[in-house]
Design a protein around this ligand. Structure first.
Ligand SMILES: [Zn+2]
Length: 63
């Protein structure tokens, strides 16, 4: 989804210009939508912790 034409409800300027905190927050949120689009940073962090724990467990078993 492109945000080029989105207008901020707070300052009525294009969100892409980032004139107010609401614009910048929306812009960052939209820019973060990539392969992990629907996931929140907390969810990503949780996945990372699980991954590190799994690797540590495997390393412990093979040692
Ligand atoms: Zn704004």
């Amino acid at each position: 989804m492109t945000y080029d034409r989105l207008v901020c409800a707070n300052c009525a300027a294009p969100v892409s210009e980032g004139r107010c905190p609401v614009c910048r927050a929306n812009r960052e949120r939209l820019q973060q939508e990539g392969p992990f689009g629907g996931l929140s940073p907390v969810a990503l962090l949780t996945l990372l912790v699980i991954l590190v724990a799994a690797v540590a467990l495997l390393a412990h078993q093979t040692a």
